[in-house]
Design a protein around this ligand. Structure first.
Ligand SMILES: Nc1ncnc2c1ncn2[C@@H]1O[C@H](COP(=O)(O)OP(=O)(O)OP(=O)(O)O)[C@@H](O)[C@H]1O
Length: 246
């Protein structure tokens, strides 16, 4: 598999300060489409995600959660405003640096798992490490550690089609953690899981944020995750809703 040799030793960019919030979103606007069909998905969103926290992003379907996560994850660029991740502005990076940011410093978990069907669980988890050109032995050790962290030590050789939905999402979480990201972004990670399996997944994410010192931003409708989160932000019509009075 193609990849640059792993020259990076520090997972933060040189201009990252280690201070301030992990994510800063400042007056961000994003419109999909143009003319009469334009959808103003984000209309001036401002909020921070503090380091080491689990922040839940809630909001009705269509409120702009995925649009916002895509901007934070460097998968899309704002029309106006600014997003920074660990002091770095993804929208200001060239393609190569943006790829490196997404590969090395941000882990993604999606509702649909996004695993490669022909690869085993271990191979799926190892993909980001291969892309970074990690030493094969170090890669195998890290993969084994991650699979055991998510409770799948005994399932390394199974392919996604041989795993349950909850197990697949655990593999996806292990893969997202492979390169020791600073930030974990998850978009409705329990959307395809039954309630009990979803709850177990959320408990695992909470535990991993604490044990790995991660920062996580998770779009969810899930009341259990909202309970587990350190901070809850609500999007409504493309804006952050004011917190309701206690
Ligand atoms: N590529 C696109 N082209 C046109 N409109 C889009 C596009 N992506 C999103 N939208 C629109 O932008 C708005 C926000 O969508 P977004 O997917 O961010 O919401 P969401 O809160 O994640 O919804 P859900 O909970 O259903 O996933 C919606 O009205 C949606 O239809």
């Amino acid at each position: 598999m193609a990849g640059e040799p792993g020259t990076r030793t520090d997972r933060r960019a040189p201009d990252a300060t280690g201070a301030g919030p992990m994510v800063r979103v400042e007056d961000v606007h994003r419109t999909h489409g143009a003319g009469p069909a334009a959808v103003h998905a984000l209309r001036g969103v401002t909020f921070d995600v503090p380091r080491g926290s689990l922040t839940a992003l809630k909001g009705r379907s269509g409120s702009g959660k995925t649009t916002l996560l895509n901007l934070v994850g460097g998968l899309d660029r704002p029309d106006r405003g600014r997003v920074t991740v660990d002091g770095v502005e993804p929208a200001a990076l060239g393609e190569k640096d943006l790829l490196a940011l997404r590969r090395d410093r941000i882990g993604f978990v999606f509702q649909s798992f996004g695993l490669i069907p022909i690869l085993t669980a271990a191979e799926n988890v190892g993909v980001p490490l291969r892309l970074r050109g990690a030493d094969p032995r170090a890669r195998e050790e890290r993969v084994a550690l991650l699979l055991s962290l998510v409770g799948l030590g005994g399932h390394a050789d199974q392919r996604p089609g041989e795993l349950s939905g909850g197990q697949r999402q655990r593999v996806a979480l292990a893969r997202a953690l492979a390169n020791r990201p600073a930030l974990l972004i998850a978009d409705e990670p329990t959307g395809q899981l039954d309630a009990e399996t979803g709850r177990a997944m959320m408990d695992l994410m909470r535990a991993v944020v604490d044990s790995e010192g991660l920062t996580a931003l998770v779009a969810t409708h899930d009341a259990h995750l909202i309970d587990l989160a350190d901070h809850v932000r609500e999007l409504s019509d493309g804006r952050i809703a004011e917190p309701s009075p206690a």
